[in-house]
Design a binder for this molecule. Structure first.
Ligand code: TXA
Ligand code: MG
Length: 333
């Protein structure tokens, strides 16, 4: 990327504008932490409720200290291991973080993304950036500059194109509850990886396990939504009705108009042309990297329904199931 793109981004971000930035997870819609005007623009562009806070992005580990009162030891251990990378930590904010960014909460979410272009930008700026995923509220997150262009077109003055996002799923969000690490959003850093470093963890996103298998909808998630408002159930959704499904056999005689999004293998009893495999080698990281791109594509075709196979409930598979469950509004069959 030419340096002039970074210079242009610096200028826009320094004058109350928003700029779209690439990260290793998904593209973000960025504004200065200190520009109320640009933050207003982000909420307006996304149609996002003001009750849903924004993640602060920093270019160096040492930029965290001024943003918070203290970093609890277990979170520091995770930061040392996983930054720069797809991990967001919730810490008690300092006075320098405006409440508009945290939606009134005393905790701020911070992460150091791992993308050379955006790290370069962050290090060239005298302030951190807030950046939610660059999609309208509840729509599928963008993993290419084109996805952002399709969503917002000329409404954004600059989209920095950093190529397709290498990881493809949003960061894991963690905080501390009663001295233990709590996971509020499953992501590319897995529960297993976190447990290995800090021992016992609380899975605050565990409400997803309570979904009934008989098609009934999920438990109310208001409590969890308060801990981390992005946990609302209908989220990351294509326009096409989407369903996460454990038993694809039930569609053998009912496949008309349906697309099937699969992990590794096609089903001989389903129409081959309408099956989309995310990783033939059975690599969950590859499947995650391709997931949103594939949902964007299927959504642009005229399918009546997208049926998603349930992934193995381990490692990154859990983050994938989490997103697919939300894409379907929490219904599983
Ligand atoms: O990978 C990512 O995290 C991407 C890239 C652009 O960095 N960003 C992203 O942001 O996914 P967003 O706004 O789409 O999702 C942020 C999540 C939401 O679930 C939000 O509720 C939670 O983080 N969050 C952010 N700040 C919080 C806070 N202060 N307290 C609780 N939850 C917070
Ligand atoms: Mg988002």
């Amino acid at each position: 990327m030419a340096p002039s793109q970074i210079e242009l981004a610096v200028e826009l971000l320094s004058t109350n504008e928003v700029v779209c930035i690439p990260t290793e997870t998904v593209y973000g819609l960025a504004a200065s932490l200190y520009s109320e005007k640009a933050i207003d623009k982000i909420y307006a562009l996304k149609g996002r409720p003001r009750t849903n806070p924004l993640i602060v992005h920093i270019g160096r580990k040492e930029d965290l200290a001024p943003l918070c009162i203290e970093v609890p030891a277990p979170l520091q251990r995770l930061i040392d291991r996983f930054w720069p990378g797809p991990l967001t930590v919730l810490v008690e904010k300092s006075d320098s973080v405006p409440y508009t960014v945290t939606a009134g909460s005393s905790r701020v979410g911070v992460r150091m993304p791992n993308h050379p272009l955006t790290l370069g930008l962050l290090r060239a700026l005298p302030f951190p950036l807030v950046a939610p995923s660059a999609n309208p509220y509840n729509a599928i997150s963008p993993t290419t500059a084109k996805h952002v262009q399709d969503y917002f077109g000329t409404q954004i003055p600059l989209i920095l194109d950093g190529g397709p996002c290498q990881q493809g799923l949003e960061s894991t969000v963690v905080g501390i509850e009663n001295g233990k690490v709590a996971i509020y959003r499953q992501g590319m850093i897995t529960t297993e990886q976190i447990r290995e470093l800090v021992g016992d963890v609380i899975e605050a996103s565990a409400e997803l396990k309570l979904v009934n298998k008989d098609n009934s909808t999920n438990v109310p998630d208001t409590e969890k939504a308060q801990a981390s408002p992005g946990m609302t159930l209908k989220h990351y959704a294509p326009k096409t009705p989407t369903l996460l499904c454990e038993h694809l056999e039930k569609f053998y005689a009912d496949a008309e108009g349906k697309a099937f999004l699969l992990f590794q293998k096609k089903h001989p009893a389903l129409p081959l042309a309408h099956q989309y495999v995310l990783s033939e080698s059975g690599d969950l990281a590859e499947a995650a990297a391709r997931l949103y791109q594939c949902l964007h594509e299927l959504d642009s075709r005229s399918y009546r329904q997208i049926i998603c196979e349930k992934f193995p409930d381990i490692g990154i598979g859990r983050a994938i199931n989490d997103r697919l469950l939300r894409a379907g509004g929490g219904i599983i069959s």
